[in-house]
Structure formats: C-alpha cells, structure tokens
Design a protein around this ligand. Structure first.
Ligand SMILES: Cc1cc2nc3c(=O)[nH]c(=O)nc-3n(C[C@H](O)[C@H](O)[C@H](O)COP(=O)(O)OP(=O)(O)OC[C@H]3O[C@@H](n4cnc5c(N)ncnc54)[C@H](O)[C@@H]3O)c2cc1C
Length: 465
C-alpha cells in the first residue's frame, strides 16, 4: 500500500488547468506557502480557460464571463487581494427585459432565478390564466419531494408551464445554457430547495429564500454584480504574476499515478512526456478530462465525473455605430421565441467604462444544451445570423456593425442535471481517499467565477490545513 505523505509539508504542487480555478488555487497556495514550487499545466496555448477578452472599438471587452456575482464574495476578495480593487465597477443599469412571443417585458423583480415568490407583479408578464395558475398554488397540497427533481418538473406541476417557459428558462439558459426540464433543483436552486420542506409551497420557499438572502446581506448595500474595467479576462495574467507560478502551456496532463512520496504527473506529448514529481496535485480540468486523469488514482471518481455533460455555445461581440437603444442592460431570449440568440447584453449601457468611444457595444450568445445544431454554421454565417437577430431585437437604426468578434466555447458550461449533488459527493469522496489530491472547478458547486474561486480556496485549504 502506498503510504500517505505529509501534504502539510508539500513543496511542489502541480495544478492541472490554467482557468480561473487553477490560477486562483495557485495564487492562494502562494499566499499560504511563499517558498513552494507551483507548476500549472495547461493543455491550451493561453492562460485563462473561459476567461477571455478581445479589443473591441478601443476597449477591452470580455467574451467569456462579463459579470461576477458580488454576493458570493470570493471574486471581489480576490481582485482586492491582487491590489486591483480600483478596477472593480458596478453596472450603470441592471434592468433587463425578456423577449416573449407577444413582445418584450421587463423582468419581474423579486424572483429567485425566475421563480416568483408571489403572483402579484406577474400580470402582463404571464397571461391571466398563467397568473391565476401561480395564485392557485396556495390550494395545492404541500410539496412532497423524494430526492432531487428537475426544476421544470416541479415548477410545471406547481406553478404552470408559463412560469417555466417565460420566466425560469431564460434565466437558467443564461447562467447554465441549460434547460429547466433537465437541470437539478438542488444544484441550481439550493436555497429554494432547502426552504421547500418547511414552506410546503414553491411560492413560500421562494419568499423564504429571497428574505434569507436579504437578511444575510444585512445592511451591505453593494451592487449585485461587478466587473473589472479592463476585463475579467485581465485577471489570469495578474494571478500568474502574483502567484509566481511556473505555467506551462501546451502541456496537457495525461497521466497521474501515486509514488512512495507523492505523485508523478505526465504531461505534454504522449511520445515524450514531461514527467513531474509532485507532493500535491489539484485537478481543475473540465469533468471529462479530469475523469481520464483520475482513472488510476481515484477510479471511483471516473463514472460520476463522466456523468457531468457540457453545453457548447458561442459569443459574438459587436460594435455598432453610436445610436440610441432602449433595452436597459439587455434582453433574455428564451426558446419559446424560436430565435437563434439566447441573450443580448448592451454593454455600453450596462457598464459605465464601456462607452466604446461612442460606439454601441453589444454581445450576444448562442447555444444551449442539446441544441448544438445552432452552432453548426461557418463563422461568417454565424456572425451574420447573430447580427441580424440582434439588430432586429434592438430595433437598430444603423444595423451594420463596425467590428465583430466571434468566440466559440465548445464544452463551455457544465450541466448540473438531476442527481448532480450525488455525483459531486461521489467525486469528492473518491478524491478524499487519496492524500495530497484535490479536484475543483466549475463542474461541482457553482459555474460562476466567484464559485470557482471559492472552490479553489477550499481545495487549497483541504490540502494544507
Ligand atoms: C460564454 C461564457 C460566459 C460566461 N459568463 C459568465 C459570467 O458572466 N459570470 C460568471 O460568473 N461566470 C460566467 N461563465 C462561467 C465561468 O466563466 C466558468 O464556469 C469558469 O470560468 C470556469 O473556470 P474553470 O477554471 O473551472 O474551468 P476552465 O475555464 O474550463 O479551465 C480549465 C482549464 O483546464 C485546461 N485543461 C483541460 N484539460 C487539461 C489537461 N488534461 N491538462 C491541463 N490542462 C487542461 C483547459 O484548457 C482550461 O484552460 C461563463 C462561461 C462561458 C463559457
């Protein structure tokens, strides 16, 4: 049997993956262990993973994540720890609207990821029958849940189809590129799920989750979202510099085995791999890649990891000639509209620093889980189709773009399908059996940047504490 080795004295940690999770882990490791050697292996030819920015009309413009939830404090704390708090900026407007077959409607306030806490305020957004259906939840017997369920299944039964198709789907589509009928209630709406047994109704649980969220924020009166003036895509380079990590690009890790004193990681070309000895290893590659890597050291993690699929998407960044648009921070576009795009962010209205030198800066995303065919067009065709949809949705008077940039995100967002919490628990249990090994990233306890950073800190603490 391989002896457990003293990770508390680790002096070389190998991090697999240079996305935000891997780089935040490297930074956190450096803060705690100033003298250790930190090697980050990255399969691709650049750092950042899903964090990416382009230059658009003279501004840095994010084509991966563009906003970070400030209520999960880890991202703001990281930016502060990097000494970059002067670059944090709050949105100038957060009023978004939902495009529905009968026109555009302002997103109702006070929902929990689209789940309403009351029927009042939904008039006009839902049909009269739809509102009546929500109101009638009070007459239903208390919710009885036996384990995890799909968000869609529960809400269709309790509140009717319109709440799902018009309100919840656009929000889940934005965050997960997923579908309410397949996504896990416990994983995507944990606060709501936690309040359901006591509340007995979805409306009651949504109200309790909303109020508990407000209470835990107390008097803290900050913005819900923030971004970084030169792009969230600027954080990877800052993290590499501050962590003084040895980042190796084009170095996919493809082998991991235990040795008497720790691990041996093989990376780079299969024919002539670099072989690195490591005292600790943190795997932050997407689930399927992580599954392959853990085959030998943590075989029981493989099946649950392989059960976490990903949705692919594309982001088109566009600069149009300066013109007035009245769409607030942007539009959510659910599948019921039959549109190609699933969202439009009017960045030059949303973010005060993105004035685009007068240009109108807009980004739009395409692609949902199990709708890969939306992306199967060549680049020019895809950009042209998105520009046409966006110009129509925003009613642009000058619809010819000055500049565009397309970024395709194959395997962009993990899908937290029904049963996800069980899969995560199984992966974590398998990894916990291997001293010196940790796994973290978007596949587990939150896809957002702050959640990834939180998971990176958790992984480092688990190895060092
Ligand atoms: C288009 C888009 C928009 C988004 N918008 C937002 C947003 O506005 N706000 C928000 O909070 N979140 C957003 N997200 C989600 C968030 O950006 C991601 O979930 C997060 O950045 C993932 O970080 P990660 O480090 O876990 O994974 P990744 O960024 O995927 O990093 C993993 C890295 O591992 C590398 N890798 C893979 N295999 C290997 C291997 N064998 N060896 C070495 N390296 C390997 C990959 O190349 C990659 O660089 C968005 C995501 C996308 C795709």
């Amino acid at each position: 049997m391989t002896p457990a080795h003293p990770t508390a004295r680790a002096n070389r940690v190998v991090v697999v993956g240079a996305g935000i999770t891997g780089l935040a882990a490297a930074f956190e490791w450096r803060r705690r262990r100033p003298d250790d050697e930190i090697v980050v292996l990255e399969a691709g030819d650049r750092i950042g993973g899903k964090l990416h920015r382009v230059e658009l009309a003279g501004s840095w413009y994010d084509t991966g994540p563009e906003a970070m939830l400030a209520r999960v404090p880890d991202a703001v704390a990281l930016v502060e720890a990097l000494g970059l708090s002067d670059r944090l900026v709050a949105p100038a407007t957060t009023q978004a609207s939902v495009v529905l077959p009968d026109g555009r409607h302002p997103l109702p306030a006070g929902t929990v990821l689209g789940v309403p806490a009351e029927a009042d305020g939904l008039e006009g957004f839902l049909s009269a029958d739809g509102v009546a259906r929500v109101r009638a939840e009070a007459d239903l017997p208390p919710v009885q849940l036996d384990g995890d369920v799909a968000v869609g299944a529960l809400l269709r039964e309790r509140l009717g189809d319109e709440v799902v198709d018009r309100l919840v789907e656009p929000l889940l589509g934005g965050v997960y590129a997923g579908r309410a009928d397949e996504l896990s209630l416990q994983a995507t709406m944990p606060a709501l799920a936690a309040h359901l047994p006591r509340a007995g109704s979805v409306l009651g649980a949504a109200a309790a989750a909303r109020d508990a969220g407000a209470r835990s924020r107390g008097d803290v009166d900050g913005p819900v979202f923030v971004t970084v003036t030169d792009g969230i895509g600027s954080l990877p380079a800052a993290l590499v510099e501050a962590s003084r990590a040895d980042v190796r690009l084009r170095a996919p890790a493809h082998g991991l085995r235990r040795t008497a004193s720790g691990f041996e990681v093989s990376a780079g070309s299969m024919a002539e791999p670099q072989v690195l000895a490591a005292d600790a290893v943190i795997v932050t590659a997407p689930a399927l890649k992580a599954a392959r890597l853990l085959q030998e050291v943590a075989p029981s993690a493989v099946e649950p990891l392989a059960g976490i699929p990903y949705a692919s998407m594309a982001v088109v960044a566009m600069a149009f000639p300066a013109q007035e648009v009245a769409a607030g921070s942007g539009l959510l576009v659910p599948p019921v509209t039959g549109r190609l795009v699933k969202g439009v962010t009017v960045s030059s209205a949303k973010w005060p620093h993105l004035d685009g030198g007068g240009a109108l800066l807009v980004r739009s995303s395409v692609g949902r889980f199990r709708a890969e065919s939306d992306l199967q067009r060549d680049d020019d065709e895809l950009v042209a189709a998105v520009v046409e949809d966006v110009a129509d949705l925003l009613g642009l008077a000058r619809p010819e773009p000055l500049e565009t940039a397309l970024v395709r995100w194959g395997g962009g967002l993990p899908q937290y399908l029904v049963g996800h919490p069980g899969r995560v628990a199984a992966v974590r249990a398998a990894v916990a059996e291997v001293p010196g090994l940790e796994i973290a990233g978007a596949a587990f306890d939150g896809v957002g940047v702050p959640a990834c950073i939180r998971d990176a800190s958790r992984a480092v603490a688990a190895l060092l504490d």
